[in-house]
Write a protein that binds this ligand. Structure first.
Ligand SMILES: *[C@@H]1O[C@H](CO)[C@@H](O)[C@H](O)[C@H]1NC(C)=O
Ligand SMILES: *[C@@H]1O[C@H](CO)[C@@H](O)[C@H](O)[C@H]1NC(C)=O
Ligand SMILES: *[C@@H]1O[C@H](CO)[C@@H](O)[C@H](O)[C@H]1NC(C)=O
Ligand SMILES: *[C@@H]1O[C@H](CO)[C@@H](O)[C@H](O)[C@H]1NC(C)=O
Ligand SMILES: *[C@@H]1O[C@H](CO)[C@@H](O)[C@H](O)[C@H]1NC(C)=O
Length: 511
């Protein structure tokens, strides 16, 4: 059955790609030599998604362990890709692939199992080993401090990100990381996708800690109209507090760089009506400005102040000063484009969630874009649009694209031609943006190896390397995308690579 399905899917893909070919002028052979020589290419993962060893060596559960074990997702991260035991093998694969950098995250509840205080020596040993192994292979670590996996003890004690107490605990955790690893780690990202954390975790209840209220989602506790704003507020204060600590105590000596990550869509008006065009700007303010404007100019966007009103927390003057300019770079996760439609209504503020406050509907509505298997509308030129937006709205900051990738069924073929096409098309658009003045410094694919995915468990994955989750040893196998990325990074002639796989339809670039 599986084989028949795989065959049918391959056949369908081949037909789609061949149809695509008809519109092209010929293959574009990009290689890293087309990019600036100091441009960084990497790939990434996060702690709970690949480490496994969830109950080993003194790690305590995070809210994500709790969420997975409650059965809200297929599977758990108990073993995941077992990188905790296989990091040496993975670093070897990174070296073979030709990565300049590896983005991973530190598990707070492994390093500080009580959330604050006592540091776990086994965790220090693991992360020191990982960092040293990377450096010994000439690979730069890009470390994220928080990737959705808050220690459960802090959720239990004071409801985690809902409490201002999180600011001191996060800062103390960051202090341990800077102190212990900062002599060798030069790129720190404080928080991964706080905008998605606030919306999935506290408005819709799709992600840990699964808080929301009716009718916005089905959770046992939470308040969708108010909590996402409180969570983002504390995320911003925790971020700027950690950046300020880094600046005071470490930066001069360690010479590193620190930033924050944001999930971005390229937003397009559903129609060319004035109302949809204005709604699209509003949606950009809500999705991205919510996080970036406080860092850029010390306060939330004016549109948000107006629409969200008293539900939007205020910054004191000193908080606002600490926030302004509190980043060396912005880290972006870009996957897809979405359409925006104006949505006038008269729901009172107390009953509106984030989306209703925005007076706009953000949709994957079918307007001619190709959809990925997971129904994200794929638009490689959207990456250019996003970089142009950062250039024009936020002073063209230094940017790392820390995630970009394509989900496919995990157990599908190793010949992931569509993933290669996705990555290559995005790289082409990135190059156009760079040549037009974007200050992007690096590009990382998501993910290096298959991981336990927040939205899809083990059903869909993004890895350049397939992980056999049915095998106790979690054996890794290179996908076609790993070979392609490697050849791209080594500046090889792709035509030869494509010709070496006669069963594959050669990928052709679209612009
Ligand atoms: C809400 O969640 C509960 C517990 O997870 C589940 O039993 C129930 O079917 C859900 N209700 C709806 C409408 O989805
Ligand atoms: C809106 O206008 C742009 C530029 O003129 C055009 O490319 C696009 O197709 C239009 N969109 C719709 C939905 O009509
Ligand atoms: C290049 O940059 C300029 C100025 O920011 C902008 O107006 C233009 O649309 C950009 N061109 C492309 C192809 O992105
Ligand atoms: C993938 O295949 C393995 C066997 O190789 C099986 O154990 C696992 O459950 C499959 N995963 C999915 C998501 O179908
Ligand atoms: C790549 O190799 C093919 C033959 O395999 C050759 O025809 C082509 O000119 C080469 N392209 C470059 C850019 O070297």
């Amino acid at each position: 059955m599986m084989r028949v399905m795989v065959f049918l899917v391959l056949l369908l893909l081949t037909v789609m790609i061949m149809v695509g070919n008809g519109e092209q002028n010929g293959p574009a052979l990009l290689s890293r030599d087309d990019f600036p020589s100091n441009f960084i290419f990497g790939s990434g993962t996060s702690a709970y998604q690949v480490e496994g060893a969830a109950a080993e060596d003194g790690r305590s559960p995070s809210v994500w362990d709790t969420f997975a074990h409650a059965g809200y997702m297929q599977g758990t991260g108990d073993t995941a890709s077992d990188e905790y035991h296989k990091y040496k093998e993975d670093v070897k694969l990174m070296k073979e692939t030709g990565l300049d950098a590896y983005r991973f995250s530190i598990s707070w509840s492994r390093l500080i199992p009580d959330g604050r205080g006592r540091v776990n020596p086994k965790a220090l040993e693991y992360y020191n080993n990982l960092v040293n192994e990377l450096l010994n292979h000439g690979i730069k670590p890009h470390v994220t401090l928080f990737h959705y996996d808050l220690p459960q003890v802090l959720e239990d004690e004071y409801e985690g990100w809902l409490s201002p107490k999180i600011v001191d605990d996060f800062t103390a955790y960051a202090d341990v990381c800077f102190r212990e690893f900062g002599d060798r780690v030069s790129h720190w990202t404080t928080l991964n996708e706080p905008n998605v954390l606030a919306l999935l975790g506290y408005d819709l209840g799709f992600a840990p800690p699964k808080r929301c209220s009716h009718p916005f989602g089905n959770c046992s506790r939470g308040n969708s109209p108010t909590e996402p704003y409180i969570v983002m507020h504390h995320c911003l204060l925790a971020h700027s507090s950690a950046v300020s600590l880094y600046a005071r105590k470490y930066k001069a000596k360690q010479q590193g760089f620190i930033g924050i990550n944001v999930f971005v869509y390229h937003l397009i008006p559903l129609t060319n009506s004035t109302n949809d065009i204005i709604a699209t700007r509003r949606a950009q303010d809500f999705y991205v400005g919510w996080l970036i404007e406080p860092l850029y100019r010390g306060d939330y966007p004016k549109t948000m102040r107006k629409m969200v009103g008293s539900k939007l927390p205020k910054f004191s003057r000193s908080q606002s000063e600490q926030l302004t300019g509190s980043y060396d770079f912005i880290s972006l996760n870009y996957y897809a484009a979405m359409y925006v439609k104006d949505d006038p209504h008269d729901i009172p503020a107390s009953q509106r969630d984030f989306r209703a406050d925005m007076f706009a509907v953000v949709t994957a509505a079918d307007n001619g874009l190709t959809k990925s298997d997971t129904l994200f509308p794929v638009l490689p030129s959207g990456l250019r649009g996003v970089l142009e937006y950062f250039k024009q709205s936020y002073g063209n900051p230094p940017i790392y694209i820390h995630e970009n990738g394509f989900a496919m069924p995990q157990n599908g073929s190793l010949y992931d031609v569509r993933r290669v096409k996705y990555i290559s098309d995005h790289l082409e658009n990135l190059l156009i943006a760079l040549r037009n003045g974007s200050n992007t410094l690096g590009y990382f694919t998501w993910s290096f190896i298959d991981a336990y995915e927040l939205l899809y468990g083990y059903e869909y994955s993004y890895g350049l390397y397939y992980v056999d989750f049915g095998d106790e040893d979690r054996k890794r196998y290179p996908r076609f995308s790993a070979r392609w990325y490697s050849s791209f990074l080594r500046g090889r002639n792709h035509t030869n690579l494509m010709n070496s796989s006669p069963n594959l339809t050669p990928f052709v670039s679209t612009t």
